[in-house]
Design a protein around this ligand. Structure first.
Ligand code: 4AD
Length: 457
C-alpha cells in the first residue's frame, strides 16, 4: 500500500505543498459545521498528524470514529505550532477498518493497570507508543556500542542441559506428560525428548564464555527465563538479557565496560528520542531528562559489599529485611545505597562467596568473590556480573562445595584446561534498563506480553 510515514511528514519540510497519502489509526476526531479535524497516528512517531477535512455541505460525510484505520490522501500544509497538517476532502478518506463503539480505548486517561488487561491494544496509546520506541532505540544503541568496539554478536541456546546461575530457577523443558510408568527420576529423564533433564536457559553466560575464549569479545542479546516465584514490579519469568563476555579482562575492566556502555546508550536515547523522554518526564517521572543527563556526565559510584553493609547498618533506617554481613541485598537496601547515600548509579563489588554463583573469581581473602552489581535509583539492580574463576582447581573446588554434577559442566571446565585467561562479563536486564530510562515503575509495562508468576496470555 503506497503511503508515507507520518514521522517523515512532520519532521521534514520537503513534503510541504505536496500531495501525500498516509495511513493510520484515528486518535481523536472533532467535528464542526463545515470542517472536521482528525488526529491520525501510524506508530512511526509519538506525534499525530492532523487531517483537516473540508467537508463543506457533503451529505455523505461520515465522521471517522476513534480507533478506525484510515487511508488519507491530501495536501501537506503548515499548521499551527510549527507542525504540518494535511488538508483533505471527504472523498480522499478511505476507511480501511471500522471501529465499533465498544472499542476500549475510546477515551483517554486509562490507568496502566487497566491497560495491562489488554496487551493487544495498549500499544495504541501514547505511553506504549513511546515505550516501544525507546525499547527499539536502546536495542539498536546496544548493538551499535558493541559492534563499534569489536565485539562479536553471539546467539546462545535457549534450551540447555546446565543451570548457569545454579539457583534452581530453571523452567523444565519436557515432552513427557504425567505418567506413573517411570519409577525413578533418571528413568523419566532418560525417556524424555533429549534423553536427559533440560530447561530454558537462565543466562547465556556459560556458552558466552566459550565464545569469548576464542573471539575475545562477544555479546549476547536474547531472552532468559527465570522460574522465580517473585511477584514484584521488577521480575519477569521471560526477560531480555544483554551479556557481554570479555577475555583478558579483570573485574575493573568489566566495571569500566558497563559504565561506558550505559552512558553510550543513554546518550543515544537522549539524541534520538527527545519527544519520548520529554513525554515520560511530563507524565511519569518529573526530572527524568535531567537525571539521565546527570548520569552520562558523572562517574558512577563504587563501594564494596562490606562497606555497603556498614553504610546500611549505620543508616538508622528501619529496613524490613535485617542487615548483616553475608545477607543478600534486598531492593530496599539497594535503593537506599543508590538513592540516599550515593544519589546516583553505584557499583557494589566483592560479595560474600556464599550468596553468589560458583563461577565467580575467588578473592584472596577467601570470603568474597570478584562480583559486581550495578544499582540505580528507582529500580535497584540492573546489572550483575563478575570476573570469572579462571583457575581449574579453584573452580572445581567451588563446584564441589555446591555439590554440582561436574559431568554436566565438562565443556565449561575445559576452558580452564586449554589456554585459560582472566575473563569476565555481565548481564544487563533489558527491561530494567527501560524502566530506568523511562521512569515506568512496573516491568510489566515495558515488555509487549509480560510473563510473570501466575500470569500468561
Ligand atoms: O544477576 P544475574 O542473575 O546475572 C546473570 O545472569 C549472569 N549470568 C550475568 C553475566 O555475568 N553474564 O542477572 C543479570 C541481570 C540482572 O541484573 C537484572 O537486570 C536482570 O538480569 N534480571 C532480570 N530482569 C527481569 N526479571 C528477572 N526475573 C530478572 N533476573 C535477572
Amino acid at each position: 500500500m503506497k503511503h508515507i510515514d507520518i514521522k517523515d511528514i512532520i519532521t521534514s519540510e520537503s513534503y510541504a505543498g505536496k500531495q501525500v497519502t498516509v495511513c493510520g489509526w484515528v486518535r481523536t476526531s472533532r467535528n464542526s459545521k463545515s470542517v472536521a479535524f482528525v488526529e491520525l497516528n501510524d506508530g512511526t512517531s509519538l506525534k499525530n498528524i492532523q487531517i483537516v477535512i473540508e467537508k463543506g455541505d457533503s451529505a455523505d460525510y461520515k465522521e471517522p470514529r476513534v480507533g478506525m484505520s484510515l487511508k488519507v490522501t491530501g495536501n501537506v500544509v503548515a499548521g499551527r505550532n510549527n507542525t504540518f497538517e494535511i488538508n483533505a476532502l471527504p472523498g480522499d478518506i478511505e476507511v480501511l477498518g471500522e471501529c465499533p463503539t465498544d472499542y476500549p480505548l475510546q477515551k483517554k486517561g486509562h490507568t496502566l493497570e487497566f491497560l495491562r488487561s489488554m496487551p493487544h491494544l495498549r500499544s495504541r496509546t501514547n505511553t506504549f507508543n513511546a515505550v516501544w520506541r525507546v525499547r527499539s532505540v536502546l536495542a539498536a544503541a546496544l548493538h551499535s556500542y558493541f559492534q563499534s568496539h569489536n565485539y562479536v554478536y553471539i546467539n546462545t541456546p535457549l534450551i540447555t542441559g546446565s543451570d548457569c546461575e545454579g539457583a534452581g530457577e530453571m523452567f523444565q523443558v519436557t515432552t513427557n506428560g504425567f505418567t506413573t510408568e517411570y519409577k525413578t527420576e533418571e528413568e523419566y529423564y532418560a525417556n524424555d525428548f533429549f534423553g536427559k533433564r533440560a530447561g530454558l536457559s537462565v543466562s547465556g553466560q556459560l556458552e558466552g564464555e566459550m565464545a569469548a575464549t576464542a573471539m575475545g569479545k562477544i555479546y549476547t542479546f536474547g531472552p532468559s527465563f527465570r522460574a522465580e516465584n517473585s511477584n514484584t514490579p521488577k521480575h519477569l519469568a521471560e526477560f531480555w538479557h544483554i551479556e557481554p563476555e570479555v577475555a583478558f579482562a579483570e573485574l575493573d575492566d568489566v566495571i569500566e565496560i558497563a559504565e561506558d556502555m550505559l552512558k553510550h546508550v543513554i546518550r543515544d536515547l537522549l539524541d534520538k528520542c527527545p519527544d519520548e523522554v520529554a513525554f515520560f518526564d511530563a507524565h511519569f517521572e518529573k526530572g527524568l531528562k535531567a537525571r539521565l543527563e546527570e548520569l552520562i556526565s558523572h562517574d558512577f559510584g563504587r563501594v564494596t559489599y562490606t562497606e555497603a553493609i556498614k553504610l546500611l547498618q549505620e543508616s538508622g533506617e528501619n529496613f524490613v529485611y535485617p542487615v548483616e554481613w553475608g545477607c543478600d541485598l534486598q531492593t530496599e537496601h539497594e535503593r537506599y545505597i543508590s538513592e540516599k547515600v550515593f544519589k546516583k548509579a553505584v557499583f557494589v563489588t566483592d560479595y560474600p562467596k556464599e550468596i553468589k554463583s560458583f563461577y565467580m573469581k575467588q578473592n584472596p581473602d577467601g570470603k568474597t568473590v570478584a562480583a559486581v552489581d550495578l544499582l540505580v535509583p528507582g529500580v535497584g539492580e540492573i546489572i550483575g556480573g563478575s570476573e570469572r574463576e579462571a583457575d581449574y582447581d579453584k573452580l572445581v573446588a567451588a563446584m564441589n562445595e555446591r555439590n554440582m554434577n561436574l559431568d554436566l559442566y565438562s565443556d565449561y571446565l575445559d576452558l580452564r584446561k586449554y589456554g585459560s585467561v582472566p575473563h569476565g562479563g555481565f548481564g544487563l536486564g533489558f527491561e530494567r534498563l527501560i524502566m530506568y530510562t523511562t521512569g515506568m515503575a512496573n516491568i510489566r509495562d515495558v515488555i509487549l506480553y509480560p510473563r510473570t508468576v501466575g500470569s500468561i496470555r
